[in-house]
Design a protein around this ligand. Structure first.
Ligand code: 5GP
Length: 145
């Protein structure tokens, strides 16, 4: 998939937004959804996406939607820091397959980073669903209030 193209409404994140695919939801409002990454690069790896913008990447999105997404990126980063006490937090976003993008609905990675762990771009495997659910409950209670 290149940087340019047509938005595919069957992509996995569009299915999650429609409720046709499951996710470990951390936060949702009218415009933005945040959930845990199923193949995490670290404990707490989260994703934040716009719900109403059919944007494949950063170049497609309108400024208003982007601002709303970024506000939630900041909230999620704060919740991860409070709950997991990482040594750092990485915010990442890829545009086009050569840049590392694999799902073509705009998303921001919020990745807690811990001392002594390698910085990866993609994860080795799928997370344990029970562990994700336990983490989801802890983070969602901070984010949803
Ligand atoms: P990209 O490489 O496009 O920037 O990131 C896509 C991310 O989506 C990856 O970190 C990948 O682990 C994650 N991902 C892929 N499929 C699913 C899924 O079905 N559910 C969730 N929660 N994450 C997914």
């Amino acid at each position: 998939m290149s940087l340019h193209g047509t938005y595919d409404p069957q992509n996995i994140f569009a299915q999650i937004i429609r409720g046709n695919a499951p996710c470990f939801k951390l936060y949702e409002d009218e415009d933005v959804l945040a959930f845990l990454d199923l193949f995490p690069q670290s404990h707490g790896h989260s994703l934040v996406i716009p719900k109403n913008a059919q944007a494949r990447n950063l170049l497609d999105v309108d400024g208003g939607s982007l601002a709303k997404v970024m506000a939630v990126v900041q909230k999620v980063a704060a919740a991860l820091v409070e709950e997991l006490s990482p040594a750092g937090v990485q915010v990442a976003q890829f545009n086009g397959a050569p840049a590392g993008q694999t799902v073509f609905h705009l998303h921001f990675h919020v990745i807690p980073r811990f001392d002594g762990e390698n910085l990866g771009i993609h994860a080795a495997g799928k997370a344990d669903p029970e562990q994700l659910e336990q983490l989801r409950v802890r983070l969602a209670s901070r984010l949803q209030g």
